[in-house]
Design a protein around this ligand. Structure first.
Ligand code: ZN
Ligand code: ZN
Length: 273
């Protein structure tokens, strides 16, 4: 995925919503839709929404946000401060069909700090799987920010903000056999104030599993004779002539080419540390 081009567009939105009779909280809503043509590479998009000037003049600041995702759009990261909201979203590669999706953002402003306390750090971190790690954690937050770091070079390989769930799969890129990784997760509620991160390490080794092509037998049905071990042809006077199948020597089986006849294959394996 390193060759992936990233086109980043920046939108600065001044939404001027004026409610003369509002006492404390005010909301503004913004929707961003994206689409990619067939064959396009994955793309990230950045959006920033600033606190409307007239709200700032009234002494208000952002105190919370609500998000809704639609289509194939995913969130890579987000940040809410008193004066702006920033979000980076991403559309996956459009292989066979258009990729499209949208994000709906509701920002809440008020005069008082949100009373809701910052949530506890997520617990029970679990990682498992093969080339595409599956992550799970527990916690009370409806918004979880997860990141995957390659410890060999310190690079962030992958990051997502997961809505209303406490599990996800690495949906872009993969981990490599021999690699050492750290994954981290933090959570927030509607105030967008994130907890401290919980971290866990894992490495990627290998394991042997039954070959899925031959179900562990090491052989499959001979394609030349369909498993019968012989070939039938028309002889004189329409009498059938049976010959031993030259492909399988009459066994009706041929060696599985996926596992080279061993019945098992070596696959990457996530090993928590
Ligand atoms: Zn055969
Ligand atoms: Zn096999």
């Amino acid at each position: 995925m390193s060759d992936m081009r990233k086109f980043v567009s920046l939108f600065v939105v001044f939404a001027l919503i004026c409610c003369a009779n509002s006492l404390s909280a005010q909301e503004l809503n913004q929707n961003f839709a994206h689409s990619l043509g067939i064959g396009s590479s994955a793309q990230s998009y950045e959006h920033r929404i600033d606190l409307p000037e007239n709200w700032a003049a009234e002494g208000k600041f952002f105190i919370g946000r609500g998000l809704t995702l639609d289509g194939k759009l995913v969130i890579e990261r987000e940040e809410l401060t008193r004066t702006y909201y920033y979000v980076k979203v991403r559309l996956p590669k459009a292989t066979l069909w258009f990729a499209k999706g949208s994000i709906d953002i509701t920002l809440k402003a008020g005069n008082a700090d949100a009373i809701v306390p910052v949530l506890a750090t997520p617990a029970n971190l679990k990682v498992y799987g093969e080339s595409y790690p599956k992550f799970a954690w527990s916690g009370a937050g409806n918004y979880s920010a997860i990141s995957l770091l390659d410890r060999s070079n310190g690079n962030t390989l992958w990051e997502r903000v997961i809505l209303n769930d406490h599990a996800c799969v690495m949906d872009e890129g993969s981990v490599k056999v021999g690699g050492k990784y750290t994954w981290a997760v933090k959570q927030s509620d509607e105030t967008a104030r994130y907890s401290f991160e919980s971290q866990a390490n894992f490495r990627v080794g290998t394991k042997q599993v039954n070959c899925s092509h031959c179900f562990g037998h090491g052989y499959v049905t001979c394609r030349s004779c369909n498993g019968s071990g012989h070939i039938v042809s028309n002889g004189p006077n329409n009498t059938p002539v049976y010959k031993i199948c030259y492909s399988c020597n009459g066994t009706g089986r041929e060696r599985c080419t996926f596992c080279n006849g061993s019945g098992h294959v070596t696959v990457p394996s996530i090993i928590p540390e």
